[in-house]
Design a protein around this ligand. Structure first.
Ligand SMILES: Nc1ncnc2c1ncn2[C@@H]1O[C@H](COP(=O)(O)OP(=O)(O)OP(=O)(O)O)[C@@H](O)[C@H]1O
Ligand SMILES: [Mg+2]
Length: 644
């Protein structure tokens, strides 16, 4: 403070117990409250921001590079980020044994083939290969680009790699008479991981991750058996119930304090199989207890009622940001339809198959035909044919078309091959499936749910467009969910009702907190804290409440909770950090601006950020505009008078 000529505030800071430990948490509002003038507020915040970049931790990666050491502090801070990160380490199993059995050249070939195979499946799931280390590969998920569900991507990639080993063994493995296998360890950085970019030339450029995750991933890899995948506790938490896992107990890992709970991943939990449990394709879902969605729930039920009574199809599109409650809202309707014993068809678009034509439709047809993993090609064909026999579509066309779509061979001599151009083939296939859906809906009112259209491939969208056009001819209710970045390619029609889910009102958010705390009273300031931070997004309300309930700043005092520590000691749950990072990474040019804004506090004035930012007016306003569009900021008024 002396250095900045701000020594006069020393006492004020001391009186308010503000030490260097929490300097970084000071916001514009805090300083205002302390009576610091506008100019001094700017000076202080600027100094705090620059000092953050040259804190001892931030210096750690920088000092490994002589280039970096000469950079000014502000520049160093550009290269240092804190973000949750999932690290995967995969290693060729028993490579020492292989090296004694094979010629060096042959071994090189094997290693190259193995590395190429791994790289392919790492890229498939958005991983970043940080380093090849001997025959080990160090991979980041969540850096340099954070996509959503980084932990899940890592595990999926690992499963794909293990599966691909079988292919290698059929070719290069058989030639050399060896059995190639991998061992994989996956760990997610607890809280935050620091990434420093060490500036280098071209290929020599390297990025370093500081923190526990890389070491833990390497140690977990050491615990894995041949073709085994071992994950740590945070990765397990983040992936939820998505994978079949075996508890492999708490382990002592070198270089990591305390015992670490580990899990072996056995495979993907099969969503389709679960759904098929209920008699029809969409199984039973518990009726969700929603807060503040009476109107939306009513609208969906009325649409369903009307479809059943009038026999005329309708479409409801539900749009809203991640975690706003699109899927649970639909769950409510699914429960009603299930209770009535009527069919519901669920088609999900997936972020892993954005470029795979008609993926949700193909998955759906496989489920309709009740294909099992162990079915032979012949058995699959028989099942497909049997499924189609239940429809009135001419089999001599429907069977070859769908067999082709589902990539199953038609047994010799059973059907005449269709002589069609690719374009005709595509159109006829779409027509057949649309006709099947409508035929079924004519027999019985049907709910068809399309989840997450923002991930739909172009052919799927085209297909949905056809269905929507023809929906009024049968008792079909189409409900589709999508995030705001999705722009519907079809035109507004009178039988389409668009529904936008808004953020929860404060009273509803508070009611949700109370429900999550099992109605046991929480201190008012805790509820306030959650409601303010979550800003009306139910997912955030849930995650924050769970974090607080599990933390040690609350004590269960029978019929209520008592606060025993400072709320400021809580950090943002990892699940939320990941989704925030993903949203920011989609806007790389303005990420720094968002970070700057966050230093200023929950609310800041345009003049504050323009005083701190190095960007010129028009870039700054453009950047703020992008953050407003992405709903990362809200704006009141217009610059230069705006507040955010
Ligand atoms: N109105 C509500 N009342 C109670 N809980 C809610 C409400 N809305 C959402 N939730 C809860 O918030 C979480 C997120 O909801 P949901 O998964 O439906 O979001 P979404 O909009 O489908 O997000 P995404 O775009 O990521 O699929 C869920 O756990 C859900 O139970
Ligand atoms: Mg959803």
């Amino acid at each position: 403070m002396e250095r900045l000529g701000l020594a006069k505030y020393g006492d004020v800071f001391a009186d308010n117990d503000i030490g260097t430990d929490i300097l970084a948490d000071l916001t514009e509002e805090h300083l205002k409250e302390l009576g610091v003038s506008i100019g001094d507020r700017l000076r202080l915040l600027k100094a705090i921001r620059n000092d953050l970049g040259s804190s001892p931790e931030a210096d750690a990666p920088a000092s490994t590079s002589p280039v970096e050491a000469t950079q000014p502090a502000a520049q160093a801070s550009d290269n240092v980020e804190r973000r949750p990160l999932t690290v995967m380490f995969c290693d060729l199993a028993d490579s020492t044994a292989l090296s004694t059995r094979l010629d060096p050249e042959d071994l090189q070939d094997i290693i190259r083939a193995y590395q190429e195979t791994c790289a392919e499946h790492i890229q498939e799931y958005g991983g970043y290969i940080a380093k090849y280390m001997g025959d080990g590969i160090l991979v980041y998920f969540g850096y340099p680009k954070s996509l959503e569900r980084n932990a899940e991507r890592a595990v999926r990639s690992a499963l794909a790699i293990v599966e691909a080993m079988a292919g290698l063994n059929q070719t290069i493995g058989r030639d050399q008479d060896i059995e190639i296998a991998v061992r994989i360890g996956i760990a997610t950085g607890t809280g935050t991981v620091m990434v420093g970019e060490v500036i280098g030339e071209g290929m020599a450029q390297e990025r370093t991750v500081v923190g526990e995750a890389p070491n833990m991933a390497a140690r977990l890899q050491g615990l894995a058996g041949r073709n085994g995948i071992v994950i740590g506790p945070l990765t397990k938490d983040l992936t939820g119930d998505g994978f079949e896992c075996k508890d492999t107990g708490s382990q002592e890992l070198k270089g990591i304090a305390g015992l670490v709970q580990t899990w072996e991943v056995l495979g993907l939990r099969d969503d389709g199989a679960l759904e098929a449990d209920g008699d029809e394709l969409g199984g039973n879902v518990a009726v969700p207890e929603l807060v503040g969605r009476d109107e939306e729930t009513g609208l969906l039920r009325r649409a369903w009622q009307s479809v059943k009574e009038e026999g005329r199809g309708q479409v409801v599109t539900i749009n809203g940001e991640p975690g706003i409650g699109k899927s649970v809202l639909v769950d409510g309707l699914r429960a009603v339809v299930f209770a009535e014993g009527l069919p519901q068809l669920i088609l999900r678009c997936s972020p892993y198959h954005i470029n795979s034509a008609l993926h949700p439709v193909i998955e759906h047809l496989r489920r309709l035909a009740r294909w099992q993993t162990e079915d032979s090609a012949g058995a699959r064909f028989e099942k497909l044919e049997a499924m189609l026999e239940a429809y009135e579509q001419p089999l001599d066309e429907a069977v070859p078309l769908l067999a082709d779509l589902l990539s199953v061979a038609v047994p010799e001599g059973r059907y005449q091959p269709l002589d069609l151009t690719p374009k005709q083939q595509k159109q006829r296939t779409q027509d057949v499936i649309v006709a099947m859906v409508l035929e079924a809906a004519e027999r019985q009112p049907t709910l068809q749910l399309w989840e997450d259209l923002h991930w739909a491939d172009p052919s799927t969208l085209e297909f949905i467009g056809l269905l929507i056009d023809q929906a009024p001819t049968a008792a079909l209710l189409i409900v589709a969910t999508a995030r705001p970045d999705f722009v519907a390619p079809w035109q507004a029609r009178s039988h389409i009702t668009p529904l936008t889910l808004n953020r929860l009102e404060i009273q509803h958010a508070a009611a949700l907190v109370a429900r999550l705390a099992d109605m046991k009273a929480l201190p008012a300031e805790v509820v306030d804290h959650i409601v303010t931070k979550a800003d009306g997004v139910p997912l955030y309300v849930e995650e924050l409440t769970k974090t607080i309930l599990a933390s040690d700043i609350l004590r269960d005092a029978g019929d209520h909770y008592k606060l025993t520590g400072p709320l400021s000691s809580l950090s943002i749950p990892d699940t939320l950090q990941e989704s925030l990072m993903a949203r920011l990474d989609r806007l790389p040019q303005v990420r720094e601006l968002a970070q700057l804004g966050s230093v200023l506090g929950r609310e800041f004035a345009y003049e504050m950020i323009s005083g701190l930012s190095t960007a010129d007016e028009s870039d700054l306003q453009d950047g703020l505009g992008q953050l407003v569009d992405a709903e990362l900021l809200y704006q009141r008024g217009r610059p230069p008078r705006a507040r955010y």
